[in-house]
Design a protein around this ligand. Structure first.
Ligand SMILES: Nc1ncnc2c1ncn2[C@@H]1O[C@H](COP(=O)(O)OP(=O)(O)OP(=O)(O)O)[C@@H](O)[C@H]1O
Length: 623
């Protein structure tokens, strides 16, 4: 009832004319069906009962006005997106919203100080306050938000120094441009591109221009009082005070203007030089990057051909090619890179090897089918580029890579959760409109997203691109499937998934030498069968798992599922939706659909891709 009241009073203040949220009305007391509202079940400790609470509120582009104060009573809120409205005034204290994970308040008219209360929200991983009128300083307590992936506070009126944000190891998307910030950019943020810092009063240091002696203290009035001076600061201060002569503002301005002129001249020369090469319709771009183990790749590209599968142009091809790239690994179809775009977003780019792709029209249709697959256990494919000499696939980058099954020692609950996630992802692919086949299920194609959820990647490619399967894939291949990967079926996927389950249970490679190596020798399903036949079932399991108590029943149940999946005769294998249901029924694995949907990470919380609901979701998969 209190959620209902909070929403009604929010409506009264933000839509006084009752035109924008007219569907929200007091006669329907179930707000969960209202536009923009989503709910999930929560334990009510006092009454030992579960109740439905508002957990998501997505009201974008609606011209809503006023204050958002009533929303601070929605204590179970996990997603709040009010992008592109006309809310104004200070952002109220959000410290009650302790479950909040995604907060998008960009493109409004919020004013007042940076809302320091957001820094006490322990689960926050996306924070976007850009394009408002916030003033004051950026609080150093941002360091509390250790899960933060996105921090966009660009185009506001923030002043002072950027605090030393060195605790946010997951930060991928960062932007403070278009403010009135000054001083040295902290080293921990120097890996972000210059555009993340541009248009400020006076910022210096990597990736912008070098700070000159004493420059970091050049505007003492703007230095952050939140950062206590430490020993090194004091030391530095006294040194600069003695050594550097006091610089007048004029001198400073002349130096900056001089730098800008030289930079402009160099840029002009470089621009002319590169433009000459670029004007040929096919161009070669050589990208060299400055950090770590970055890849140097040379490409021939036609700047027109990038196809964005959602119809939204997220970046330019040039930007992708010029992004700093790091090689992730080589697979059957090509090499995968991690690329960091100018706006800080990170994508995975797969550069396909020489592959035969058939007719253009057919290829487009097939890629579009793959691009439509959106599920919280599937890595979304975002774009592709196919020219004669270069073929690229762009998908979301999974920051936890394939730490999944068969890689690092994982505890039992994690293994079971990953298995359940993979099963759901494959069942979703199988039940999709086109009844697709994954065709390449193996542990390197199980990636773990930032929320720790398993996502399957590389789906549907083997039926499009001809090519031999690698020896690494052999151990997963069903006996009836051909070696070029063309004759994959949903039931051969089930077999491969069974091998993956065995990998999870035994900690062994799908084909291994008896002494424990990974060369082709004994096939995992055959070995498991022989051990079980000899009634040594317990010997099968990974020794790592032996330290967990009371899990034997679950392990045996999962082993039985794995054995059913790897039946030699395809028709004897269960369908993937059934497999998924069986795994979820193993105790403790079941994760409610709504929880899943809200837990996942998405650029925009309104994007449907992470919803685990829908016709092809686990609900139907369990039929
Ligand atoms: N979207 C992604 N996010 C993060 N890491 C990825 C992503 N896609 C691939 N990788 C990493 O790159 C490595 C190479 O991937 P790739 O898919 O090219 O080869 P593979 O999975 O070993 O073989 P195959 O080509 O048969 O799928 C993988 O081991 C994986 O860790």
């Amino acid at each position: 009832a209190s959620d209902f009241q909070a929403l009604m009073s929010f409506k009264a203040s933000s839509d006084p004319s009752n035109k924008l949220l007219s569907q929200w009305n007091s006669t329907s007391s179930n707000p969960c069906t209202w536009h923009g509202v989503s709910c999930s079940l929560h334990n009510n400790n006092h009454h030992h009962r579960r109740r439905r609470c508002v957990s998501g509120l997505v009201l974008e582009d609606l011209n809503l006005t006023g204050s958002i104060l009533p929303l601070t009573f929605l204590t179970e809120l996990r997603i709040l997106s009010l992008k592109r409205n006309r809310f104004d005034g200070p952002i109220p204290s959000l410290s009650n919203l302790t479950a909040l994970k995604l907060l998008f308040l960009s493109h409004n008219k919020f004013s007042g100080k940076f809302p320091a209360t957001v820094t006490s929200l322990p689960h926050l991983y996306r924070l976007d306050l850009s394009y408002n009128n916030l003033s004051g300083q950026i609080p150093a307590t941002l360091n509390n938000l250790t899960h933060l992936l996105t921090l966009r506070i660009n185009t506001n009126n923030l002043r002072g120094r950027i605090p030393n944000i060195n605790n946010l190891s997951h930060l991928q998307d960062f932007n403070v441009s278009g403010n009135r910030l000054s001083g040295k950019i902290p080293d921990s943020l120097s890996g972000f591109p210059g555009s993340a810092f541009s248009n400020n009063l006076f910022l210096c240091g990597v990736p912008l221009l070098k700070c000159r002696g004493g420059e970091t203290k050049a505007i003492p009035a703007l230095a952050s009082p939140l950062k206590p001076p430490n020993d090194t600061d004091l030391h530095h201060k006294s040194k600069t005070h003695v050594a550097a002569p006091r610089m007048g503002v004029m001198v400073l301005v002349i130096i900056v203007l001089g730098d800008v002129l030289v930079l402009a001249l160099v840029s002009l020369i470089l621009y002319c030089y590169f433009w000459r090469n670029y004007s040929v319709s096919l161009k070669e771009v050589k990208v060299e990057t400055h950090s770590k183990s970055k890849a140097v790749y040379k490409r021939k590209v036609n700047s027109e051909g990038m196809v964005f599968l959602e119809g939204v142009r997220r970046f330019e091809l040039e930007e992708l090619l010029c992004a700093s790239a790091e090689m992730l690994g080589k697979g059957v179809f090509g090499t995968a890179y991690k690329a960091v775009l100018d706006d800080g977003n990170v994508v995975a780019v797969k550069r396909l090897k020489e592959v035969s792709v058939g007719g253009k029209r057919e290829l487009q249709q097939r890629m579009e089918v793959l691009g439509r697959l959106r599920h919280c256990n599937v890595v979304p494919l975002r774009a592709y580029y196919f020219a004669k000499d270069e073929k690229l696939l762009v998908s979301d980058y999974m920051p936890n890579g394939n730490r999944g099954p068969g890689r690092t020692p994982l505890d039992w609950t994690t293994r079971l959760k990953l298995a359940a996630g993979v099963a759901r992802g494959i069942a979703f692919i199988h039940n999709s409109d086109n009844k697709l086949t994954h065709g390449n299920i193996k542990s390197t194609n199980v990636l773990v997203d930032v929320a720790g959820k398993a996502r399957v990647s590389d789906f549907g490619l083997s039926s499009i691109f001809a090519g031999p399967t690698s020896s690494r894939s052999n151990g997963y291949r069903a006996p009836e499937a051909s070696s070029d990967g063309r004759k994959q079926t949903q039931l051969s996927d089930v077999y491969s998934f069974g091998v993956l389950l065995m990998e999870i249970l035994t900690g062994k490679c799908p084909s291994f030498e008896v002494d424990g190596g990974c060369a082709t020798a004994v096939e995992l399903p055959r070995w498991v069968r022989s051990v079980v036949r000899e009634e040594w079932t317990a010997e099968v399991f990974d020794l790592e798992l032996m330290r967990y108590k009371d899990i034997e029943e679950e392990m045996v149940a999962l082993l039985q599922i794995a054995m059913a999946c790897t039946a030699t005769v395809p028709d004897q294998r269960p369908r993937m939706s059934h497999v998924s249901k069986m795994i979820e029924e193993l105790s403790g694995v079941h994760v409610s659909q709504s929880h899943d949907a809200l837990d996942s990470v998405s650029e925009s919380p309104s994007a449907p891709e992470d919803a685990c609901t829908g016709r092809d979701g686990p609900a139907s998969a369990s039929q």
